[in-house]
Design a protein around this ligand. Structure first.
Ligand code: AMP
Length: 277
């Protein structure tokens, strides 16, 4: 496995590879969710590259950039075991040199739901993804369905800026209690982790209700809300049913409906979603 930190070095390595290139962008602190993306990309491509970069641009002033979990040694062990060909670990100046002054701003989608709670977050994501797509020029790039709004954003940027990358969305990986894996779960103590599972429980109980014939979004959301609110450690930011591609509200479940939820436990925000169709 080649480890590179400079863009020039990366270009040199990529030029040697004439076959299909799969890219998995990550911020490190790798878990089974990230690994599922790598496994899928490994099967699809002859060359598998992973980027490991905690992108400061997507963290707001109140966010956890400085204390975001980082463990490069452990990540490298995981990357090797997933048979990754190349890992790109740039420092901040390599991606954003001092004179860097371009930002990719996406309208509409980025101002609602996660965008409303994390101002500027999606501009940071759109900018770094655009940079990574320009640098790597991958054939395919892999993202997790857990971050559904990010998936919609990446597809939009890819289309608007003609990157021609095939975007592959991989299913959410959960722990044995159904909690969506996230690097931020490391911040939770066992009591908080237990409370956090109510988020996925709420979504799945709403899905059960849908299967029983209920199609009205507000009833389904109320079901999830009651379950999540049953634990006082959880503070709901939003629960809604939206279109998977543009995050516009669905008053009734339709094709392409996604049920989304975000809740806070102390200072930690957790998000989850399920397709409801
Ligand atoms: P991050 O390191 O948090 O930026 O995540 C890197 C990629 O892994 C993103 O595309 C995430 O959506 C994806 N990912 C994170 N958690 C999970 C999960 N539990 N299941 C599937 N994909 C995930």
């Amino acid at each position: 496995m080649k480890i590179v930190s400079k863009i020039s070095e990366l270009k040199y390595e990529l030029n040697k590879n004439k076959n299909s290139l799969g890219l998995v962008p990550t911020m490190g602190s790798l878990h089974m969710g990230h690994r599922s993306l790598m496994k899928r990309a490994r099967v699809d491509n002859s060359f598998l590259a992973v980027s490991l970069f905690v992108n400061p641009l997507q963290f707001g002033p109140d966010d956890d950039f400085n204390k975001y979990p980082r463990d490069i040694d452990e990540d490298l062990v995981i990357l090797k075991s997933e048979n990754v060909d190349l890992v790109f670990i740039p420092d901040i100046k390599e991606i954003y040199p001092q004179e860097f002054s371009t930002k990719i701003i996406v309208d509409n989608l980025t101002r609602i739901y996660e965008g409303q709670y994390r101002k500027g977050h999606f501009d940071g994501v759109a900018t770094v993804v655009s940079k990574l797509f320009s640098i790597f020029k991958p054939d395919k790039a892999y993202f997790g369905a857990k971050d559904a709004q990010q998936c919609a954003l990446v597809k939009q940027v890819n289309k608007d800026l003609n990157f021609w990358v095939k975007i592959v969305i991989c299913p959410t990986i959960r722990d044995k209690n159904g909690l969506a894996l996230s690097s931020r779960n490391l911040y939770l103590n066992s009591q908080e982790k237990h409370a956090a599972t109510l988020i996925n429980e709420g979504l799945f109980k709403a899905l059960d209700l849908f299967y029983l014939g209920e199609k009205r979004s507000y009833i389904l959301c109320l079901k999830a809300q009651n379950i999540i609110e049953s634990n006082s450690l959880l503070e709901i930011n939003y629960i809604d049913i939206v279109d998977k591609d543009n995050f516009q509200k669905h008053t009734h479940v339709e094709n392409n409906s996604l049920m989304i939820a975000a809740a806070k436990i102390g200072n930690i925000r957790l998000i989850d979603n399920i397709e409801i169709e």
